[in-house]
Design a protein around this ligand. Structure first.
Ligand code: AMP
Ligand code: ZN
Length: 150
């Protein structure tokens, strides 16, 4: 049986109201609050209320509530900050920059010429290398070995 609250998790404590936060949205499944170290003002974290350490631990039926909440928060950020766009960033595991192991999305307002770095764009050696990698990934997905770890 999976544990859906982790007493040592800072986000579980925030969601339970044991640690203060700047809350912007809450429903039955989702809790959203301002990041304490924002990339820009308005940078918001949208988290599952349940303690899923990474996205792979979250059941797919949480997805609808998550998407609805992300859209509500992002729409509000566009209206309030007058941003021209936004990034949804979702870090999984330490090497990808995850520091809080309670799955969450970063919603970051973006502005023209805001100076934030773009992702680097790499290149495959050739088209066949790219196609072969796609084939291997696709086979892995079809085998059922990837995805929801529930
Ligand atoms: P990640 O690195 O994707 O796991 O993101 C964790 C985020 O949580 C970081 O951007 C932190 O600034 C943010 N954070 C950590 N503690 C708090 C807190 N008490 N209140 C609000 N945001 C927090
Ligand atoms: Zn937690």
């Amino acid at each position: 049986m999976k544990k859906f609250v982790d007493e040592s998790c800072i986000f579980c404590k925030i969601i339970a109201g044991d640690i203060p936060c700047a809350r912007v949205y809450e429903d039955e499944r989702i809790f959203a609050f301002l990041d304490i170290n924002p990339i820009v003002a308005g940078h918001t974290l949208v988290a599952f209320k349940a303690h899923y350490p990474t996205l792979l631990d979250a059941p797919a039926d949480e997805g609808k509530a998550l998407l609805e909440a992300v859209k509500k928060v992002a729409g509000a950020l566009l209206g309030v900050t007058k941003a021209g766009g936004f990034n949804c960033i979702q870090n999984n595991f330490r090497c990808a920059g995850q520091t809080v192991f309670h799955s969450h999305w970063h919603i970051v307002p973006r502005f023209d010429n805001d100076g934030l770095p773009d992702w680097p764009g790499g290149k495959y050696d050739d088209t066949s290398t790219m196609q072969e990698l796609a084939r291997v990934i696709s086979t892995h997905i079809d085998s059922g070995a990837a995805g929801d770890s529930q």
